[in-house]
Design a protein around this ligand. Structure first.
Ligand SMILES: Cc1cc2nc3c(=O)[nH]c(=O)nc-3n(C[C@H](O)[C@H](O)[C@H](O)COP(=O)(O)OP(=O)(O)OC[C@H]3O[C@@H](n4cnc5c(N)ncnc54)[C@H](O)[C@@H]3O)c2cc1C
Length: 506
């Protein structure tokens, strides 16, 4: 088929309306990209699956205005404790308490369905709702037939993609995102290698309303019984979740509840209501490529799967979405070279590999412990791998400030207080100019500074003074004083330049 013959044309086709596809679509809407989101299901998830948003996800949600609606729905949790044989062993939260440049130093315990329903509704409000009962059966990459510069891989020319649905319809797009989950059709269609490791660990997950003589606390509790095979996770509302290692695929709900009770002895627990009961066999894999010819991109479970330990699946997928969509925006709307899109795989694949390492170490420790101290070992791994689990240790690049997350901190506008993350905007780069008293005082505002520096359209400039003497934004304790910090749309630092060298920023 020729691209002109397709039934409709958009910038990006997104296959899959799980949390990752939905987030890609919402970010695309913010950026003014034309998208179609296709999902074979009849609606967003109602119960179960992922249970926590980490601190980095909360920051990202804040940038795009989703935080305020989600935050009150969940429960905050930043403590893990260990119990063994009915005795309290230890309680830890240091990896959260010690986080710098972070307002919300905790997980937000909230079921995946809340995020999905919110994103799904936002898309409907913008008139870009998910097309449901839409199964993708074929994707064709159409090469650019012209010579010259347009013939380059990934250039706009007349190259693109044609996505076909089971109903016979076809959609033409510049790019396709495969956010279609662990059994990704898109990944398999393009034969992207995805070798799966199966460590033979099987878990039950039970969500429900409980009745127990064990005090209910907002902590993740790991119970050490024979090994460390039961974890109690607080959830939104009156829900609680239990992960129970079963080591066999043949088990009943009653057997899982029996195991919970064995681990909690001498305390007892019963479920007044079961909301979700599922089992998962741990599988681990990272796709060999996250993109195909710089046209097709994989995101979320489509390119990385691992055990749920550490609560990283959904959070890593959201990180993929935030990394990818501003880059597509840059190429489609701001003329960045298509080759720039390669940085998506370069940045996200190492993150996925480290996340799989973290969850793999955690889940194996529930079974194997040299000293027989499984539960303590588990919490020690959480401490050691906290950068992944909080999401705040993820960085792009090896050293220096480049590629690190921008720290969040309090700033003022006149007499009112806000925080630096409230100034960021996902659709653009932000150049934050932190002037000391008297520095660049000749330039009254960001717009003048932007003009003076000849910055491109996709960079906005915000000036932040060291005191309130000049009006506008000011911060008393900026870690970036006398520096200009160029911040990417996903709030990672692109560059830092001392103010006296500022003419060289462009
Ligand atoms: C059974 C299960 C239990 C889980 N439990 C936990 C847990 O306890 N804790 C935790 O942290 N994480 C858990 N996870 C992981 C977490 O849910 C995932 O990391 C998260 O859902 C990834 O989101 P995603 O958008 O990448 O993929 P998904 O949520 O899987 O969404 C993919 C979407 O693509 C659609 N789709 C697939 N193929 C096609 C096609 N050909 N055409 C159109 N649409 C298609 C599907 O209908 C689906 O809506 C669980 C996952 C599963 C599957």
């Amino acid at each position: 088929m020729n691209l002109e013959e397709a039934d409709c044309a958009v910038d990006v086709v997104i296959v899959g309306a799980g949390p990752v596809g939905l987030m890609c679509a919402c970010l695309a809407q913010l950026c003014g990209l034309r998208t179609v989101v296709l999902d074979q299901s009849d609606g967003p998830l109602q119960v179960g699956r992922a249970d926590a948003l980490n601190a980095r996800s909360l920051q990202l949600l804040e940038i795009v205005g989703l935080f305020k609606e989600l935050y009150p729905l969940g429960k905050t949790c930043n403590t893990s404790s260990v119990w063994a044989a009915g005795q309290f062993i230890s309680r830890q939260s240091s990896w959260w308490d010690e986080l710098e440049g972070c307002e919300h130093k905790h997980f937000l315990m909230l079921g995946q369905s809340y995020l999905e329903k919110l994103l799904d509704a936002k898309l409907r409000e913008t008139g870009a709702g998910v097309r449901r009962h839409a199964t993708v059966t074929d994707i064709e990459l159409v090469e650019d037939s012209s010579d010259g510069p347009d013939g380059m891989e990934g250039s706009d020319g007349d190259a693109g993609c044609i996505t076909r649905l089971s109903c016979g319809e076809s959609i033409r797009s510049k790019y396709v995102i495969g956010a279609d989950g662990s059994r990704s059709f898109v990944r398999q269609h393009f034969e992207v290698p995805f070798e799966i490791v199966r460590p033979q660990l099987v878990w039950a997950v039970v969500d429900g309303v409980i009745d127990s003589d064990f005090p209910k606390v907002p902590e993740i509790i790991v119970f050490q019984s024979e090994t460390s095979d039961v974890a109690w996770v607080p959830r939104e509302g009156d829900l609680d979740r239990f992960y129970v290692r079963m080591d066999t695929k043949e088990f009943t709900l009653d057997q899982a509840i029996e195991k919970i009770n064995r681990a909690m002895q001498p305390h007892t627990l019963r479920f007044k209501d079961i909301v979700w009961f599922s089992q998962f066999s741990v599988k681990e894999s990272v796709a060999e490529h996250f993109s195909v010819q710089n046209r097709i991109f994989l995101a979320g479970d489509a390119c990385h799967i691992h055990s749920v330990n550490g609560g990283q699946g959904l959070n890593t997928g959201l990180g993929d979405a935030f990394n990818l969509m501003w880059k597509l925006n840059g190429v489609i709307n701001f003329g960045l070279p298509p080759e720039f899109l390669r940085s998506y795989e370069e940045e996200r694949k190492p993150v996925a590999l480290s996340v799989v390492g973290t969850s793999g170490e955690l889940v194996r420790s529930t079974q194997d412990s040299q000293a027989g101290t499984h539960a303590q070992d588990y919490v020690e791994i959480v401490r050691k791998r906290a950068g992944n689990i909080t999401g705040m240790g993820i960085r792009y690049g090896e050293s220096g400030l480049r590629g690190t997350r921008l720290h969040d901190f309090e700033i003022h506008e006149g007499t009112s207080k806000t925080r630096i993350y409230s100034l960021l905007n996902y659709t653009q780069f932000t150049l934050l100019v932190f002037s000391g008293a008297g520095d660049r005082g000749d330039l009254a505002n960001g717009a003048e500074l932007k003009a003076a520096l000849g910055l491109p359209e996709f960079i906005r400039v915000v000036q932040i003074s060291a005191d309130n003497s000049r009006g506008g934004y000011w911060a008393e304790n900026s870690p970036y004083l006398n520096q200009a910090v160029l911040v990417r749309p996903d709030s990672y630092i692109e560059s830092v330049t001392p103010l006296h060298e500022m003419e060289s920023i462009s």
